[in-house]
Design a protein around this ligand. Sequence first.
Ligand code: PHE
Length: 446
Amino acid sequence: MLIRRITCARALPLSIPMATSPLFSHLKPFSPSSSLPPRVPSSSRSFPFSSLASASPSKPSSKRANPPIAALVEVGGVKIAKDDVVRESDPTNNVPDNIFSKIGLQLHRRDNHPIGILKNAIYDYFDTSYSSKFVKFDDLCPIVSVQQNFDEVLVPADHVSRSYNDTYYINADTVLRCHTSAHQAELLRDGHSYFLVTGDVYRRDSIDSTHYPVFHQMEGVRVFSPDEWEGSGADATSYAAMDLKKCLEGLARHLFGAVEMRWVDTYFPFTNPSFELEIYFQERWMEVLGCGVTEQEILSRNGRKDCVAWAFGLGLERLAMVLFDIPDIRLFWSTDQRFTSQFSEGKLGVKFKPFSKFPPCYKDVSFWISDSFTENNLCEVVRGIAGDLAEEVKLIDNFTNKKGMTSHCYRIAFRSMERSLTDDEINQLQWNVREAVQNKLHVTLR
Ligand code: PHE
């Protein structure tokens, strides 16, 4: 089957020599609500909908919110058909059309795009500081096995990130990677000791100006052999932790200049100890990346028993938003010349000039929720209808009546980054959202 082939396919490193949501760090590893769904959801727990891009068949929409979707994309020389990724009738699949449409776009490989410019600036730092020893991968297929995405980096079986509510599953064993850490183990097994992996990652999430279900991460891993720390006077873990901090402080200075920094202890399943680096920038503390000393088990399982290593992962959008003054994460996907023409290769930190600001239009939707209702599912429905015209979905009212029924009211902000929307268009979108919310989420509109 094609998926198998895709899953196994590996791209070559380049011949020329990081807004991520805190999915792994801020969630308690064993929170009571994090119980694992069955690998194949049973019908009673099954995902409430599969593909969401189709608007109401009974009401023709005047304008398409979503552009047409190519049926075949190519990543690292591998062809991926829409049917391989989006399967409406399969209860183990929760990938909507609009997510498939992002596969293969690879913003991080465009030298004139803020995400590509930032990637290249980070490459420059590593090339200069480590005489081009870091091998770079930026074309690895985002379709990975559950084993790669979770098991091989020791994500506990009951970790919330494995749920169908948080991750896009192609089937019970295959996902769209939710972090670039999915490639760590395989690259270690291949014998790499210095590597950077950049790629698009996919997470089901809320809708606002800093969250988008597809974003870009860069992962870095460095492995040390015993002769590197022996004689330093430090134990292996402290040696790696010190080296890691020095390296990443240098990276932060390279990108942000002489900023104040602080290290915060955190938790990741794959590193111990684990840290977050924060910088004081534009009058607030901002998280820049997550990192730590690689769990020994990952090294020993992958043929590097006597070694020690560090790893970091950073969200490129989060950093690019502050470096380029980009106010809304949807803009990264804009093909509008007025956006794309403002950036050019090698120019990190050119400030984005908003070309116009169209007013948002707010619409409320209220309903009695069911037990299976989640906000991520609602956001998926809204994105399926409105695409990037959905700017924010916010809970504005929540109450439970005497009968124990819970009502939620969400305010949806519709706004285009590129043009003004007509009243008709917004009413049509809202009408379609109400219909889809009712049909797909099994809630009762009020
Ligand atoms: N994979 C982590 C995330 O997505 C980031 C990370 C990578 C943390 C490597 C530590 C080491 O949140």
